[in-house]
Design a protein around this ligand. Structure first.
Ligand SMILES: Cc1ncc(COP(=O)(O)O)c(C=O)c1O
Length: 453
C-alpha cells in the first residue's frame, strides 16, 4: 500500500532521461533539477511506478485526470476495443459513432439530469479549448464581447482562455497579445478575505464556509458596477477555485451569480474542468449550490487520460451558433477523436454511479480531518470539498510561505508521495488524489507532512 522506493529519487534512469530531455525540449517546459523530476513508466489505481521501479502514491491524479484511478480497467478496455476498429475520423465532417454516444451522454448527465431540457455539445482537445468554445458561444448569444472573471482564476493558456485567467504569472509575458475583453473582480476567499470580512470559517454542511455573507453583498456591488457598463455577456467562474488555491467559496456565491446573470440576461459559464466529474463529491460542483449554469466546461477526468474536452450548453443557448453550411466555425483536426470519445463514454458510465460520489465524500472527509490534526503553526488552513483539498502553508505572521510549500513537494517526492503546490502565491499544497484513496494512505501522507511542517 505504501510507497516502495528502490533507488534514491530521482534514480539513475530518470536522471539520464532528464539530461536527454533538457537538450531537446524548450527549457521552459519541464523543470529539471537535482531532485526533480521522476519519469513515469506505468500506473494503476493510486500508484505510479517510475522508470527506476520506484512506486509512488499519487496525490495529484496526474493533474486531476485519473479520479477513477490510473489505468481504470473499463476505460482501458474501451480504448483497446476502439483502437482495434478506428483511431481517427473526420470530426466535423464524417464523424464516428462514439462522438454521438458521448454527446448524448453529456446532455443526459448535465441539462437533462438537471431537468431543463437537452444540452448541446462542442467537443475540444483541451480544457483551454472548451473555455474558448464557451467564450465564443457567449458572444454569439449576447452580442456583448465582455466576460466577467475572478481574481486567481485559471481557465487555461490558449489566448482566449488566458485572457480570462487572472493569474499575472501566466498573463504578464503575453499581455500585449491579449484581447482585453475580460474584467476581473475578487473571488470570495475566506481565509484571506479580499472584501473586508476575514476570519470566518464556520463550515456549512461540512464542506462550505459561510460567514455573514457580508462579503457577497460587497461583491454584488462590485459586479453590478461592472455589469452596468453594458459590455459584459457572460460570467465565467470556477465553482471552487482550483489552481488559484483550492478555494471553496460560500455556498451562496454561485447562487448570487445565477441571480445576477438572470437579471442581466447574460450567461453563467461554469468552468468545471477541474471540479467536474465527482472531484468535489458531487457529479458537478455547481450541484453543491443547486445552481444550473448556462454552459459547463469539462476536461481532465472526462476521459481518464486522453486530451478531450467539452463545452456543454443549454440547447437554446447553443443554438446561438448558426447551422453549419459545411464549414464549422469552431473545430479542429482531432475534434471528437474516436479513441477519446470511447474512453469518455466508459469513464462517464463510472462517474454516473452514485457510489462514486459517496466514495469521494468519505475519502475527502478523512483526508481533511487528518491534515487538520497536523499540529504545526505553519498550516494556516485546510479546506476543500470531496477530494479537492488545499493546505495553505504560512509563516508566523500569516503571510504565504511558498518556500516551505515547495520544500514539502520536493521532500514528499523523496518519501514516495506525488504532490503539487498551487495558489496565487504558490503556498497551497494541492491534493487531488484518485477516488480509491484509502484512509491508511491519507494517514501516511499526514504523518509524512507532519515531519516537514
Ligand atoms: C479550472 C480549469 N480550467 C481550465 C484548465 C485548462 O485545462 P487544460 O490544461 O486542459 O487546457 C484547467 C487546468 O488546470 C483548470 O484547472
Amino acid at each position: 500500500m505504501f510507497p516502495e522506493l528502490r533507488t534514491e529519487i530521482p534514480g539513475p534512469r530518470s536522471r539520464e532521461l532528464a539530461a536527454r530531455l533538457r537538450r531537446v525540449e524548450s527549457r521552459n517546459v519541464t523543470l529539471v533539477g537535482e531532485r526533480w523530476p521522476v519519469f513515469w513508466e506505468r500506473a494503476e489505481g493510486v500508484n505510479v511506478w517510475d522508470a527506476d521501479g520506484n512506486r509512488f502514491l499519487d496525490f495529484t491524479s496526474g493533474f486531476g485526470v485519473a479520479g477513477l484511478g490510473h489505468s481504470s480497467p473499463p476505460v482501458r478496455e474501451a480504448l483497446a476495443d476502439q483502437s482495434r476498429k478506428l483511431l481517427h475520423a473526420m470530426g466535423d465532417v464524417h464523424p464516428a459513432e462514439s462522438k454521438v454516444e458521448l454527446c448524448e451522454m453529456l446532455s443526459e448527465l448535465t441539462f437533462e439530469r438537471w431537468g431543463v431540457g437537452r444540452g448541446k455539445v462542442i467537443l475540444g482537445n483541451s480544457g483551454s479549448d472548451a473555455i474558448e468554445a464557451a467564450l465564443k458561444t457567449a458572444v454569439l448569444h449576447s452580442g456583448k464581447p465582455g466576460v466577467l472573471v475572478f481574481a486567481g482564476a485559471y481557465h487555461g493558456l490558449g489566448y482566449g482562455a488566458l485572457e480570462a485567467s487572472a493569474l499575472e504569472f501566466f498573463r504578464a509575458p503575453f499581455a500585449a497579445q491579449l484581447g482585453g475583453f475580460a474584467v476581473s473582480v475578487p473571488y470570495p476567499y475566506c481565509f484571506r478575505c479580499p472584501l473586508g470580512h476575514g476570519g470566518v470559517l464556520a463550515l456549512e454542511g461540512g464542506e462550505f464556509p459561510h460567514c455573514s455573507n457580508g462579503c457577497l453583498e460587497e461583491l454584488e456591488r462590485r459586479i453590478v458596477t461592472e455589469l452596468s457598463k453594458g459590455e459584459i455577456g457572460a460570467i465565467l467562474v470556477e465553482p471552487i477555485q482550483g489552481r488559484g488555491g483550492d478555494i471553496v467559496p460560500p455556498r451562496d456565491f454561485l447562487r448570487l451569480l445565477r441571480r445576477l446573470c438572470d437579471e442581466e440576461k447574460i450567461l453563467l459559464v461554469a468552468d468545471e474542468i477541474y471540479t467536474g466529474l465527482n472531484r468535489t463529491g458531487r457529479l458537478f460542483a455547481c450541484e453543491h449550490s443547486e445552481v444550473v449554469p448556462d454552459l459547463i466546461c469539462l476536461g481532465k477526468a472526462l476521459t481518464s487520460g486522453f486530451p478531450l474536452s467539452a463545452c456543454v450548453g443549454r440547447a437554446t443557448v447553443m443554438d446561438a451558433w448558426p447551422e453549419s453550411a459545411g464549414e464549422a466555425l469552431h473545430t479542429s483536426t482531432f475534434l471528437g477523436n474516436p479513441l477519446g470519445c470511447a474512453m469518455a463514454v466508459a469513464a462517464l458510465r463510472e462517474h454516473a454511479r452514485p457510489e462514486t460520489a459517496a466514495k469521494v465524500l468519505a475519502a475527502g472527509r478523512h483526508l481533511r480531518e487528518v491534515l487538520q490534526k497536523i499540529p504545526a503553526a505553519t498550516v494556516g488552513d485546510v479546506r476543500g470539498a470531496g477530494l479537492l483539498v488545499g493546505m495553505e502553508i504560512i509563516r508566523a505572521d500569516g503571510s504565504p510561505d511558498q518556500a516551505l510549500a515547495a520544500h514539502c513537494v520536493t521532500e514528499a517526492l523523496q518519501e514516495g508521495i506525488l504532490l503539487l503546490a498551487g495558489g496565487r502565491q504558490g503556498n497551497v499544497l494541492s491534493l487531488a488524489p484518485p477516488f480509491d484513496l484509502t484512509p491508511q494512505e491519507s494517514d501516511f501522507l499526514a504523518g509524512r507532512l507532519a515531519g516537514m511542517l
